[in-house]
Structures are given as C-alpha cells and as structure tokens.
Write a protein that binds this ligand. Structure first.
Ligand SMILES: C[S@@+](CC[C@H](N)C(=O)[O-])C[C@H]1O[C@@H](n2cnc3c(N)ncnc32)[C@H](O)[C@@H]1O
Length: 287
C-alpha cells in the first residue's frame, strides 16, 4: 500500500485503539518536525517552517536529533545484548526512521517484543505498516502524560509481562511536557509500575545555564522558536530537573551525560560542541 493511502487510512483505523483523528496540516506537529530534523519525508510546510527557523540561527541543530536517535539505538542494543531485556515500551515513539527500536532489538533477539506508543495520527498510519511487519511489534495510540491509561492499555498488558523486567523508553518526550503537567509525577507513576530489574532510558533537552553562556543561549533560542511556533513545546531544563525525572533510580555508568559521551565508539577527540550540550540522556535500572 502506498504511503498516501496509509495516511488517509489513518483516520479510519479503529483496530488496537488507533486514533481516528485526522492529520492537521495547518499546525506543526512534534513528530513531523522531528522527522524533518532527521531528513525524513513525512512532514508538511508548517513543520518545515519551524525547522528552517531553528536552522537560521543554529545550523548544527539537526545534529541534536541525529545524536538522539543514535543514542536510542545504542541503548536498545545494550539492553538486548548486555542486560537481557526482551520487552520494550517505547513512549513517544515518533515516526519510523532509518533504524527503529524493534529492528535494533529483534536483530539481536528475534523474540524481543516492542510496544510503540504515540499520539500523532501520522505515526498511527505507520503503525499499520509496523503491525504488519511482525506479531511482536505493536503500536498503541495514547497520551504519555496519562501513564495510568498507557500502563493499563489492553495491548500493552497483552504483549508485555509486568512480572518480568522491561525497558521503558522516554527519548525526547518529556521535554514536550510543561511543568504545569507535573513531569516528575508522571514519570513516578511509570517508574512505580516497573518490575524490579527494569530499565528507564530517557533523553531530554538541556539548558546548561549561565556557566555555559553559548549552550545557554542556544537552548533559550531553540526553546523560544518552538514555544512561538504552532508546535508550542520543547522545554530546555536544568541537569537537576532532568535528573529528577529518573525518580531516584540508580543510573547506569556513566550517568546523565551528553549523548556522545554515553558508551561512545571511541575517545572524544575535541571539545563538546554547544549542540551536544543541550541534550542529556541516561539509562537507569530499578533495583
Ligand atoms: C521528538 S519525538 C521523539 C521520537 C523518539 N522517541 C526518538 O527519541 O527518536 C517526540 C515524540 O513524542 C510524541 N509525543 C509528544 N507528546 C506526546 C503525548 N502527550 N502523548 C504521546 N506522544 C507524545 C510526539 O508525537 C513525537 O512522536
């Protein structure tokens, strides 16, 4: 089936709780703007306008999205290969891209089960294709700020065993949740539901503060563009605020770092450029 046909069918899909919402091409969407940053094709003029605005002042900004994606895949490989994890709940999964969680995990363990969740209707359209790919990969539509609903979703419960360790992925999601929605309380509900031996992988926009004027300025600029666009969100938080989202879980070495410093392929040869300093990530393990 063609991509256009899939997109138009997204609005008709009711299976597995997929959204019946129509794709709104007049308002920028987080998933589609991110897709543009990753050089994808599933975006509209309104999304590309946000991208272009960021690019004018911060031409290196697409590197943030690429680093985030590369980190996510490194973490999935680590979890599957080294930590023996074979079930994943990937919240705010985004549009399929060059390499996705289920591909990275199932290449190493073909029995690995992946539940993607998102609230974007274009992601829902792709979900059909993902569902057709194999019976260990599923998509649920839902609001990640309502963890009780996500955790009790019948598809999540059917395919993930909450008596066994699992990996909860929250990559580049919580910086779209405003303080007024209580991001830490949201994460606490997820973390409390995780069985012992589970992992939480989380990345988040970072404002390094006055101690790093260049990084601070970049963070404030990009946050301003996002806030003033129809997309409306993308909050750069302090290291302490990001750490609090792990709800006290012990962090796997090397802790909360610039993404390129987390299990890098080799030693860093130069200084960390400003774009690397405005996104942090860590993997935590529930004892
Ligand atoms: C920046 S993308 C990150 C995609 C992927 N996790 C990654 O790291 O590559 C953020 C994703 O979160 C989704 N998202 C944002 N707010 C959400 C919400 N309240 N409920 C569900 N999904 C949400 C967006 O639709 C988008 O696909």
């Amino acid at each position: 089936m063609s991509w256009d046909a899939l997109k138009s069918q997204a609005s008709e899909t009711t299976e597995a709780g997929l959204s019946s919402a129509r794709v709104d091409t007049t308002t920028a969407s987080v998933a589609r703007v991110y897709d543009r940053f990753l050089s994808g094709k599933d975006n509209y003029e309104v999304d590309r306008a946000v991208y272009e605005q960021v690019l004018q002042i911060a031409p290196q900004a697409p590197q943030i999205a690429r680093d985030n994606r590369a980190w996510l895949i490194r973490v999935v490989r680590f979890l599957t290969n080294n930590a023996g994890i074979n079930q994943f709940l990937d919240c705010g999964a985004g549009l399929p891209t060059a390499e996705n969680t289920h591909e990275a995990a199932q290449r190493l363990n073909r029995e690995a089960r992946v539940i993607y969740m998102d609230n974007d209707p274009v992601v829902a359209a792709h979900g059909r294709a993902l569902l057709e790919e194999n019976d260990r990969t599923h998509l649920v539509m839902g609001d990640l700020t309502k963890p009780d609903e996500i955790l009790s979703n019948p598809t999540v419960r059917k395919h993930l065993d909450f008596d066994q360790p699992l990996a909860l992925m929250h990559c580049a999601t919580m910086h779209h949740v405003p303080d007024s929605d209580g991001p830490r309380d949201i994460m606490k509900t997820y973390v409390d539901a995780l069985p012992s031996g589970s992992y939480l992988a989380l990345t988040h926009f970072h404002d390094p503060g006055e101690a790093d004027p260049e990084g601070h300025e970049l963070a404030r600029f990009i946050e301003g563009v996002f806030a003033n666009s129809s997309m409306g969100s993308g909050f750069f938080r302090s290291r302490e605020e990001i750490e609090s989202l792990f709800c006290g879980l012990p962090l796997v070495e090397p802790g909360l770092t610039n993404l390129n410093d987390w299990w890098p392929d080799g030693p860093r040869l130069g200084d960390v450029p400003p774009v690397d300093r405005v996104l942090l990530g860590a993997l935590a393990r529930k004892p």
